[in-house]
Design a protein around this ligand. Sequence first.
Ligand SMILES: Cc1cc2nc3c(=O)[nH]c(=O)nc-3n(C[C@H](O)[C@H](O)[C@H](O)COP(=O)(O)O)c2cc1C
Length: 237
Amino acid sequence: MLDNLNILLGVTGGIAAYKAVDLASKLTAGGAGLNTVMTESACRLIGPKSFEAVTQSAVFTSLWNIDARFNLRAPASWKEAGRESSIEHRESRSESRAGTPQGGNLGHIALVDWADIVVVAPATANIIAKIANGICDDLLSTALCACWPLIKSGATLLAPAMNNNMWTNAAVQRNVKTVKEMGFELIGPVKGRLACGTEAIGRMAEPQDILEAIEKIASKVKSGKHKAAQTGGETAG
Ligand SMILES: Cc1cc2nc3c(=O)[nH]c(=O)nc-3n(C[C@H](O)[C@H](O)[C@H](O)COP(=O)(O)O)c2cc1C
C-alpha cells in the first residue's frame, strides 16, 4: 500500500514521541520511503537514533545542517508527471554542494518537495499553533509551512496528543479549527490514560490507527486525486 510513496514524519515534543518510533517502523515495513524531522523538544524526550535505527535513514533536527545525502527518491506524483527528484538531480551536478538558484542548499524545501505525504505524530499544542499562524522558527514548522500544496490536497495528517486541559483550551481548539480548515487531516486525540495519570481525552491515537489513516491518504495520492488538486492550486510563489 505504501510502496513508492515518500513520507515525511514530523515528531514533536509530546510524551507520545516514543510511540512514533513504532509508527516509523510500521511505515518503513509497509514500503514507504521515510524521512524524519524531530523538534528540539522531541529530541529531549527520545533520541533521533531510535528513528534512524528503524527507518535506516537520517533524522533531521535543524534547519541549518540538512545534508542532502539522505535516501531520497522522487515522489510518486513526480514520477507520474515525468519529473525527476530535485535532490537526485542536484546530487548529480558538480555545483550541488554550493547550492543552486533552484534551492540547492534549501534542504527544508527539498524535503517537502520529496514528500508525497506529511505526517506529524505526536503533534503538540505548540506545533498546531505554529501551523495555524504560519510560524516558521525551526525545521519542522518551516517544512510544514512550505508544504502548502500537500496541505491543500489533503496529503497531510496530524496526530495531536496533549494533556486534556491543553486540548480543551480555547486557543488550542481555535488553532485546531484553523488547521482543519487549511486542509490538514486529523486523527485523535483519543480518550485514555494520559501521562499525568488522568483518564481523559488527549492521548495520541494508536500507531496502528495512524497507519490506517495514512494508508487512506496514500490511496488518494495514488489515485491521482491529490496530484490534480496540487496542480490546480499552484497559484502562489
Ligand atoms: C515530559 C514532557 C511531556 C510533554 N508532553 C506534551 C504533550 O504530550 N503534548 C504537548 O502539546 N506538549 C507536551 N509537552 C510540552 C512541549 O514539549 C512544549 O510545549 C514544547 O515547547 C513543544 O515544542 P515542539 O512543538 O517544538 O516539539 C511536554 C513537555 C514535557 C517536559
